[in-house]
Design a protein. Structure first.
Length: 167
């Protein structure tokens, strides 16, 4: 079983749409900030497209994702980078995430409140326009230096994370 969490009106072929609101792509209405209505280790893949930045308690959601996913399940997350104007335009965004944000869920020392058990397989940051080429170049040299010094000058777009559940 594959879930499109927080799907809204975005249907994804082969995925069950799950959202807090009854939208056209929704198959299951569920509060993403509470216990999800799925059995332990029953999910093969999760897709979250511009959802996680709306969740007040991200560690709580990730703990639920880890609970319902089988070992090795893929979790794909798209979200605006914190320096993207898109991250700040929507007043319902409660978090502004970094290229390094999902690394937190790999740390063994935080498993007591995150559920732990994730392995980041892929991280990607998109850039657009002519100035995006400069940002992309700086980012390739050092993602940390780019985020600490250059990201508000050469603005990025969307972050993509692909993680595997590692129980």
């Amino acid at each position: 079983m594959k879930l499109n969490l927080g799907c809204g009106n975005k249907k994804k072929a082969g995925f069950i749409g799950v959202d807090s609101f009854n939208c056209e792509a929704v198959n299951v209405i569920a509060d993403l900030t509470n216990t999800l209505p799925f059995e332990d280790s029953s999910i093969d893949e999760i897709w979250m497209d511009n959802v996680i930045e709306h969740i007040q308690d991200i560690p709580c959601l990730m703990k639920e994702v880890q609970r319902i996913c089988r070992n090795g399940a893929l979790v794909t997350i798209f979200t605006p980078h914190f320096a993207s104007a898109d991250s700040w335009r929507d007043p319902t965004h409660v978090h502004h995430l970094s290229y390094f944000s999902m690394n937190h869920f790999e740390k063994k020392g935080v498993q007591h409140y995150t559920g732990g058990g994730f392995k980041v397989l892929e991280k990607k940051l998109s850039f657009g326009g002519v100035l995006g080429n400069i940002g992309r170049f700086i980012f390739k040299m050092s993602p940390r230096k780019y985020e600490s010094t250059w990201c508000f000058i050469f603005r990025p777009g969307t972050l993509k994370f692909v993680m595997a559940v590692d129980k």
